[in-house]
Design a protein around this ligand. Structure first.
Ligand code: KDG
Length: 337
């Protein structure tokens, strides 16, 4: 007699725990989510964060509220990365280059001249090796959701038009706080100085540095044209942005909440890439109209730059390991075909 009753009780308890677990898995709780980023609200980065917030609110019936904090108001990239790891902030978007101190494999994306087109970059970043590198963030307390596009980087300065390699010499050039970017421009003869993005405009305005390098979009929306005279189209590196979440916080979310955030990040990625490319198309003409003196670099000089930057490529290999470096190169060659 006892056995059927116990069996009945056990199955009832099992069912109720499964139902509870299922409810928890589906649960969407009211949450305030702080999303920090470094560029202005009216930038490709800011517009994508705004769309992300709208998508999350729509999918959660307003329960998940994303509050955007632009212009590095929550701190520089590395300060926000530490806040995410400590659980003091939930989400950020920033440069993969500033993550190298936390996850060394991110250095592979700093390789000079790695990509020759945005489509090639998309294929590699969104492919298996991009995912593999992103997944390594978890052991450091971060969860990578998606890559967005910062873009192809170009040089600005106040000293002279840079038309050939020798003209880098003596230019105090701000670079991202990242060993490969430092090496790349030191090899090319510039006096490379690391500074967080949040300090860059003031450093240019006060002539603490002579120049910097960023995509056309950033040069336009961060108003660098107000404090920079010469723009040289080098396309010397392609920079991704990456949307990262505090793992300490992420692991407390239900599967449904995680799914909403991931889907919104993907939609924002697709929007951001199109928006960034459209803006980049017209940014160069706008920068010229605002008084910047623009020059191209001929193919022979680009070849000389690539040769000079070779030690920086070796630094990437030393940092990430030859196997991973070659895996990325193979994916990049496949995507270029
Ligand atoms: O959030 C802003 C920075 O992460 C990004 O723009 C990095 O390109 C960058 C730079 O030059 O610091």
């Amino acid at each position: 007699m006892k056995r059927p009753f116990i069996a009945l009780l056990t199955s009832a308890l099992l069912c109720s725990s499964l139902v509870t677990a299922n409810v928890q898995a589906e649960e969407i709780r009211s949450r305030m989510i702080r999303f920090g980023y470094g560029l202005n609200e009216n930038s490709n980065q800011g517009r994508a964060v705004k769309l992300f917030a709208e998508e999350v609110a729509r999918a959660s019936d307003g329960k998940l509220k994303v509050r955007a904090f632009g212009a590095a108001s929550l701190g520089s990239d590395d300060q926000m990365q530490r806040a995410l790891i400590g659980g003091a902030q939930e989400i950020m978007v920033g440069s993969t280059a500033t993550l190298v101190g936390i996850s060394k494999e991110m250095a592979v994306w700093d390789t000079p001249f790695l990509f020759s087109s945005a489509q090639q970059a998309d294929a590699v970043l969104d492919g298996p090796v991009g995912r593999e590198i992103m997944d390594k963030l978890e052991e450091k307390g971060l969860v990578g959701l998606v890559y967005w596009e910062n873009g192809f980087r170009n040089l600005t300065n106040n000293v002279r038009p840079v038309t050939r390699l020798e003209e880098f010499s003596g230019i105090k050039l701000r670079v991202m706080p990242n060993p490969v970017f430092l090496e790349t421009f030191r090899m090319m003869g510039a006096n490379a100085l690391p500074l967080p993005f949040s300090e860059l405009f003031t450093a240019l305005e006060t002539r603490a540095v002579d120049g910097q390098e960023n995509p056309f979009n950033t040069i336009l929306t961060s108003r660098f044209y107000e404090v920079q005279k010469y723009l040289t189209v080098t396309n010397h590196a392609y920079s991704p942005w990456i949307v990262t979440v505090s793992k300490r916080w992420w692991d407390k979310l239900s599967a449904t909440e995680q799914g909403i955030l991931l889907e919104a990040a993907r939609k924002a990625r697709d929007f951001e890439r199109l928006d960034t490319r459209e803006e980049a198309q017209r940014a160069l003409a706008e920068l010229q109209a605002k008084g910047m003196q623009v020059n191209e670099i001929d193919a022979g000089e680009v070849r000389r730059m690539r040769e000079k930057a070779a030690p920086a490529v070796q630094k990437v290999i030393d940092t990430v390991g030859r196997e991973l470096f070659e895996k990325v190169q193979q994916e990049a060659e496949k995507a270029a075909l």
